[in-house]
Design a binder for this molecule. Structure first.
Ligand code: FAD
Length: 282
């Protein structure tokens, strides 16, 4: 426990699919705004599947009084689509975006769009809108699953920073060494922008394994074994999850991580519980 930490932290939400989801988003956001995040972000369904939903959720969150950053992915999009989206955000006064390549949802066919990789999207945003947006990009301490090898993935990350990214948020991980190794290697290549660790709360065994399989995040064997042993005992899973994630966050902050980005999955309880354990209350 430490009571003198003031890292920049942020929260990630996804656009709700229905009225109940909308109410859950507002409830979670209101609970979490009490701890004054630097900004919140809203995911984007690759291929534009949540284009309106992302913009609506950004509006909702901005109306609650926080800076909100839409995620924007280029896969499946034309330059004109992206131009229109950026212009609409600019018109509304949005100043921060999370720029991604995204993954085409299965069944969307082979139209990859006009920009191939996120570094091209970052360049496009800079060409179109100059310095209007603060641009965040994704980083992968345990390597992006499609990368040929870690150094190629690192070079591709560096290209996003050279293209004009202001900061990065990592894929989640449970091994702090992977994060510090990535930051060291990025800094050795001249990267000076903040690389903020993405933090995934542990609340659901099956969901965690499914997400991790998809995104290439490693769930250490000891965590998998403990979660399996808890079975359907949700309270024990949550308590264990808070302990594990708090320990991870504390290690990250104690060793110089510039902040924390919580993947909230539109639920406040787990991130708030970790926050409370860290004594990060505003
Ligand atoms: P890139 O940086 O373009 O990298 C993608 C892959 O291509 C990597 O393997 C990289 O090594 C490789 N690569 C890059 N450039 C080249 C090149 N020139 N030649 C060959 N290979 C290259 N997905 C969504 O759909 N919506 C979201 O809202 C969303 N939010 C996210 C937020 C965060 C913080 C993170 C970490 C991920 C998020 N994702 C989201 C997932 C992300 O879209 C996927 O991981 C996607 O596969 C890669 O996106 P990227 O921006 O990292 O791509």
């Amino acid at each position: 426990m430490s009571d003198s930490i003031s890292p920049a932290f942020s929260l990630e939400f996804f656009p709700p699919r229905d009225l109940a989801g909308q109410e859950r988003l507002v409830r979670a956001a209101k609970q979490m705004l009490a701890i004054q995040p630097k900004y919140v972000s809203v995911t984007f369904g690759a291929g534009g599947s949540t284009r309106a939903g992302t913009a609506d959720a950004v509006r909702t969150l901005r109306n609650l009084g926080c800076e909100a950053a839409p995620h924007l992915s280029c896969v499946g999009a034309s330059r004109q689509d992206l131009r229109d989206i950026l212009q609409a955000y600019k018109n509304e006064g949005v100043r921060r975006v999370v720029a991604l390549r995204g993954d085409l949802p299965s069944g969307m066919g082979g139209d990859a769009g006009e920009l191939r990789y996120a570094n091209e999207l970052v360049s496009f945003i800079r060409e179109e809108t100059g310095d209007w947006f603060h641009i965040e990009v994704a980083a992968y301490p345990e390597m992006h699953p499609q990368a040929a090898h870690p150094s190629a993935d690192l070079d591709h990350f560096v290209n996003k920073v050279k293209a004009g990214a202001d900061a990065a948020i990592t894929q989640y991980f449970f091994n702090a060494d992977a994060y510090f190794d990535f930051v060291d290697r990025a800094q050795a290549k001249g990267v000076r922008v903040p690389i903020v660790p993405g933090i995934m709360p542990i609340t659901n065994h099956t969901q965690l394994l499914r997400f991790s399989e998809m995104c290439g995040a490693e769930v250490p064997r000891w965590i998998r074994l403990r979660l399996a042993e808890f079975g359907d005992d949700k309270a024990s899973i949550r308590a264990f999850g808070v302990d594990v994630v708090t320990e991870l966050c504390q290690t990250l902050l104690d060793n110089g991580a510039p902040g924390l980005h919580f993947y909230t999955l539109n639920h406040a309880e787990a991130p708030l519980a970790v926050w409370k354990e860290l004594s990060l209350q505003a």
